[in-house]
Design a protein around this ligand. Structure first.
Ligand code: BT5
Length: 251
C-alpha cells in the first residue's frame, strides 16, 4: 500500500529526527511526519549541527517501517535525495545537483541535507528520514559561503506547504521503487542522471582514518559510490564525506 503521511507540527522542537525516534519507540506507525518551524538542536551526521532558524527552512522527519530487506536500507537516503530533487523542480522550478550521499546543492553550495537513521522499536527496526531544506535567506542565519537557500537561487521565497506536500508525494512514489530490484535499478539510474557526482567527477573522499582522491565511476547496487584511485584501482565508499576538487567533469 502506498505511504500515507500524517503530519504532526511543532513551532519549536529540539530535532524533528529525535522526536520521530521518540514516537517510533512509542509505536507510532509508518508515515508519521514531524514538521517544525524551528529546531534548537537540528542535527547533521556525526553529531554535526543543522542550522534551523524559525521559518527559514523546511525541517521534517518521516518515520518509515520498511518491509524490504535491511541490505536495501542504505538506498533510503538516495531515494529521499531524488525525491527532494524532483520536488524542487516541480514546486519551485529549481534544478539542484545531488551530491553523494546526502546533500543537494545549487551552484556548488548546500541547499538541503538529509539525515537517515535507524532505530530499534518494539515493532521492529524503523528508519527516520530527516530532511532540512533552506527556504529563505534569514538575516539571523549564519549562512556560510557554502550554504544557499531556494530564495537566493530563484529570487523568490517558496511556499513551505507547497514544498512539503510536493516532497511527501514524491517520497511516497519513490519509496515504492525500493520494493523491487527493477525499481531500485530505476532509482539508481535516475539518481545518476541528476548528480554531477555520479560519473567522471574528481573528488576527495574523507574517511574517519584516511583521505584519498579519485574519479567517480557510478554507484553500486546498494548505493555505495565507486571511486577510481588509479588505473583499474576501484574503491567502494559506503560512508564518508565527498568533496568535488574541480568544478568541471573529466572522463
Ligand atoms: C546533513 O548532515 O546534511 C544532514 C542534515 C539533516 C537536517 C535535517 S533537518 C530535519 C531533521 N532533523 C534533524 O535534526 N536533522 C534533520 P552533514 O552532511 O553532516 O552536514 C552538516 C553540515 O552542513 C554542517 O556541519 C554545516 O557545515 C552545514 N550546515 C549546517 N546547517 C546548514 C544549513 N542550514 N544549510 C546548509 N548547510 C548547513
Amino acid at each position: 500500500m502506498a505511504l500515507q503521511p500524517t503530519i504532526l507540527r511543532f513551532d519549536s522542537i529540539d530535532s524533528t529526527n529525535l522526536e520521530a525516534m521518540r514516537q517510533a519507540k512509542d509505536g507510532a506507525p509508518e508515515g508519521l511526519c514531524i514538521v517544525a518551524r524551528q529546531q534548537t538542536r537540528g542535527r547533521g551526521r556525526l553529531d554535526r549541527t543543522w542550522e534551523s532558524p524559525f521559518d527559514a527552512g523546511l525541517y521534517m522527519s518521516l518515520l518509515l517501517r520498511p518491509q524490504f530487506e535491511m541490505s536495501v536500507w542504505p538506498l533510503i537516503t538516495l531515494m529521499a535525495a531524488l525525491a527532494v530533487h524532483d520536488a524542487l523542480a516541480k514546486t519551485c522550478g529549481l534544478t539542484v545537483d545531488i551530491k553523494w550521499p546526502n546533500d543537494l546543492c545549487w551552484d556548488d553550495r548546500k541547499l538541503c541535507g538529509i539525515l537517515a537513521e535507524t532505530v530499534e522499536t518494539n515493532r521492529g527496526p524503523a528508519a527516520i528520514v530527516g530532511i532540512g531544506i533552506n527556504l529563505k535567506t534569514d538575516p539571523g542565519f549564519p549562512m556560510a559561503a557554502e550554504a544557499v537557500s531556494i530564495q537566493s537561487a530563484t529570487g523568490a521565497a517558496p511556499n513551505a506547504e507547497d514544498v512539503l506536500n510536493g516532497l511527501l508525494e514524491l517520497i511516497a512514489n519513490h519509496y515504492q521503487l525500493l520494493e523491487t530490484s527493477s525499481g531500485r535499478e530505476h532509482l539508481i539510474r535516475e539518481w545518476c542522471t541528476h548528480s554531477s557526482y555520479a560519473f567522471g567527477r574528481r573528488v576527495r573522499v574523507a574517511l574517519p582514518d584516511e583521505n584519498f582522491e579519485g574519479t567517480t565511476r557510478g554507484l553500486e547496487s546498494d548505493g555505495a559510490l565507486r571511486v577510481e584511485t588509479g588505473k583499474g584501482n576501484l574503491r567502494v565508499v559506503r560512508a564518508g564525506d565527498v568533496t568535488g576538487v574541480r568544478s568541471s567533469n573529466i572522463n
